[in-house]
Design a binder for this molecule. Structure first.
Ligand SMILES: *Cc1c(COP(=O)(O)O)cnc(C)c1O
Length: 414
């Protein structure tokens, strides 16, 4: 019996203790430059890696983290991820994943109706979800080109490139959202990609354009989970008329990476279009991936533990944080707000743009990111962390604002 393959209580307990110690780990020792000839053993390895892997990571759940679309994850997903790693189910084969395959279909079945879709499957991210949707569009709608806004995510251009589809962008407004009037002409051989929550600014393309083209795909990687919110779900009205929708669960559904899903209005024909059946497969291989793991089980655990309202309340709380920051910026004469936030992303900057570097340097690390929208530089805050302390941040922001103010220029002549 090789004990490296069984659950060793002492080792798992140590892993848990180190995890709970958080970033406060001991001194990191340098990792060996060459692969060791003889192993350290598991316990020694955990002790060596904790100060590096746990101690040096960016703390996404810290009270100061407000910069990116990467949320902290609920602990119940850590437990399921540990189980997943130990079981190593392969969803490609029903025989190796009898339960996990059903769980994926159950979870997809729970979520699809929020988006007006019939069903779909999980992917490791929206990059693959978008590729899969455009692939189905190419097969089933005979499309030859993709149209998206300038604010669309780079994965759309990437997918068009891989699929041999022409890629065109439509003019965006100054917030990065598609200008509806820019869409014209015969779109019968076009995939129209509408973004629900642009990556830089969280803007919503006019989703009521869904249905105007041969195929409409909605990239709801970021804002899709808003559909679960009774308060904000209507912001995504129109999306139910799309042919496909992509959502990243490792963004606003608080899942560990890599977790996302692609949904189709007509799932049978879409899945048939993106399936291959190899001789050794009992069931056809649907989608881009071959072997893949049970990403749906942490999502199932989250939805069971929190329920729909539990998910929605976290998202609503994030929306409030973004609103609060926007309100604050709008009321400060020194600061400029790009637009009222639509999906929890806030873009702002000092009115004197030359102050941005100095200002940024004075904001808490990890609190804010930088982006360019319509060729203009902006700060970007993303409300993905329900533990973010917005009031403490506003105090620091105010301080950074005062400290980064330029001294008034010295008069040339006295
Ligand atoms: C993050 C994002 C993607 C890519 O999703 P991944 O899950 O990172 O692969 C696609 N589109 C938009 C709008 C995004 O914000």
């Amino acid at each position: 019996m090789d004990r490296s393959f069984s659950a060793e209580a002492e080792g798992l307990q140590l892993a848990l203790d180190l995890l709970r110690a958080g970033p406060g780990q001991g001194q990191a020792t340098a990792l060996p430059e060459r692969m060791p000839e003889s192993g350290l053993g598991e316990i020694q390895t955990l002790a060596m890696l904790a100060p590096i892997v746990l101690g040096q990571a960016a703390p996404l759940g810290a009270a100061t983290a407000f910069a990116h679309m990467d949320p902290p994850t609920p602990w119940v997903t850590w437990a399921l991820t540990l189980w997943n790693a130990s079981l190593n189910q392969n969803l490609l084969h029903p025989a190796t994943a009898p339960v996990a395959r059903n769980i994926e279909q159950l979870v997809i079945g729970w979520l699809a109706p929020y988006f007006g879709m019939q069903g779909g499957h999980m992917t490791p991210g929206c990059t693959v979800a978008n590729l899969t949707a455009l692939w189905a569009a190419r097969e089933n709608a005979g499309v030859t080109e993709v149209i998206a806004s300038e604010g669309a995510h780079l994965s759309i251009a990437k997918a068009a490139h891989l699929l041999g589809l022409r890629y065109r962008t439509l003019a965006s407004d100054r917030t990065g959202a598609m200008i509806a009037e820019a869409l014209e002409g015969d779109l019968s051989r076009t995939v129209l990609v509408l973004t629900a929550g642009t990556t830089s600014g969280g803007r919503l393309d006019p989703l009521t354009l869904a249905g105007r083209a041969g195929w409409t795909h909605i990239d709801a990687a970021w804002a899709g989970p808003l559909r679960l919110s009774a308060r904000h779900g209507d912001r995504l009205a129109g999306l139910e008329r799309a042919d496909s929708v992509a959502v990243s669960a490792h963004k606003w559904l608080f899942q560990p990476k890599e977790s996302a899903f692609v949904l189709f209005r007509d799932v049978a024909s879409a899945h048939a279009a993106v399936s291959f059946g190899g001789a050794y497969l009992a069931t056809p291989n649907i989608g881009v991936l071959g072997s893949h793991g049970a990403a749906a089980t942490p999502l199932l655990a989250t939805l069971l533990a929190w329920g729909g309202t539990g998910v929605a309340s976290r998202i609503d709380r994030c929306m409030e944080m973004a609103e609060r920051l926007a309100e604050f910026v709008a009321q400060d004469a020194d600061l400029e707000l790009l637009a009222r936030p639509e999906t929890g992303v806030v873009n702002w900057r000092p009115r004197v743009v030359e102050r941005m570097d100095e200002f940024y340097g004075r904001l808490p690390e990890g609190s804010t990111s930088r982006t360019v929208i319509a060729e203009e530089p902006w700060f970007r805050n993303v409300a993905a962390n329900p533990n973010f302390n917005v009031e403490a941040f506003l105090v620091q922001l105010r301080g950074a604002n005062v400290a980064s103010r330029r001294p008034s220029p010295a008069p040339l002549l006295r």
